[in-house]
Design a protein around this ligand. Structure first.
Ligand code: KIV
Length: 275
């Protein structure tokens, strides 16, 4: 067996065991090539339904379909070897019943080969989380700001800004953790609440705009690379690929228009004529 064959993918159980230990590193990816890069540094690759906004230019994640998630989940599995690939369940694929959720999750696991799924919601999805986990589907929870609820919550604003909302958000986290989720994403909540939740549940919390008080952090890859035109305030841009791509494209366009495109100077060698 080669050294490469020995690399084992992280599992949901491995991530769960990291509670309170080494911080968990998670980024989104939707393509094989970015997955290959992210895989070298991350514990979890999240195929988030944010792909609807990031890849497809949609205004919200609501229109994203299960087929879109499966297609990109499959690509990410092809590009990665070590990280736990977790695929988001899109809006409309799990809310109607536990059975609907199981059928959707089973499709995701079977057709992508990923190791876990993620589902938005707290108390209202806890029974579904239990149903899936009991049937062999590892589930990551997602509480706080849940973007699939945009049409009822009205905006992508931080949650729990009013202390009277804290108990409800904490109950959401506890409900999914107690139902068997192996980790819980906390999105856009203030530090004291994120800390309270992280201290009160037995599975790792993974924060996005939820302070350092979590057991790990997740960001949308395109946001931290400087490729997304608009990003939430909490996002640190680690590089600025958007402007760099713009410069490269402008240079190409100028060369082509000036008939100086160096790539065109490459001449394929002609086959020698047979005597
Ligand atoms: O869809 C997504 O990318 C997510 C992360 C923002 C956590 O759910």
């Amino acid at each position: 067996m080669s050294v490469q064959d020995e690399i084992r993918r992280l599992t949901a159980a491995d991530i769960q065991a990291r509670k309170g230990g080494e911080p968990i590193v998670c980024l989104t990816s939707y393509h094989a090539h970015t997955a290959r890069i992210v895989d070298q540094h991350c514990d979890i690759i999240l195929v988030g339904d944010s792909l609807g906004m990031v890849m497809h230019g949609l205004e919200t994640t609501v229109p994203v379909t299960l087929d879109m998630m499966i297609l990109q989940g499959h690509a990410v599995m092809r590009g990665s070897r070590r990280a736990l690939v977790t695929v988001d369940m899109p809006f409309g694929s799990y809310e109607a019943s536990k059975e609907q959720a199981f059928m959707s999750a089973a499709r995701v696991l079977k057709e992508t080969g990923c190791g876990a799924i993620k589902m938005e919601g707290g108390v209202r999805v806890a029974e579904t989380v239990r149903f899936l986990v009991e049937r062999g589907v590892p589930v990551m929870g997602h509480i706080g700001l849940t973007p699939q609820s945009i049409n009822t919550i009205g905006s992508f604003r931080a949650q729990g800004r009013d202390e009277s909302d804290w108990a409800r958000i904490e109950d959401d986290a506890k409900a999914v953790a107690e139902a068997g989720a192996f980790s819980v994403v906390i999105e856009a909540v203030a530090e004291p609440l994120a800390r309270k939740i992280s201290e009160s549940i037995r599975v790792p919390t993974i924060g996005i705009g939820a302070s350092v008080a979590c057991d790990g952090q997740v960001l949308v890859l395109e946001d931290m690379l400087g490729l997304s035109p608009r990003v939430p305030k909490f996002v640190k841009r680690y590089t600025t690929l958007g402007p760099s791509i713009g410069e490269a494209v402008a240079a190409f366009a100028a060369e082509v228009r000036g008939r100086a495109f160096p790539g065109a100077e490459h001449v394929y060698p002609m086959k020698a004529k047979k005597p």
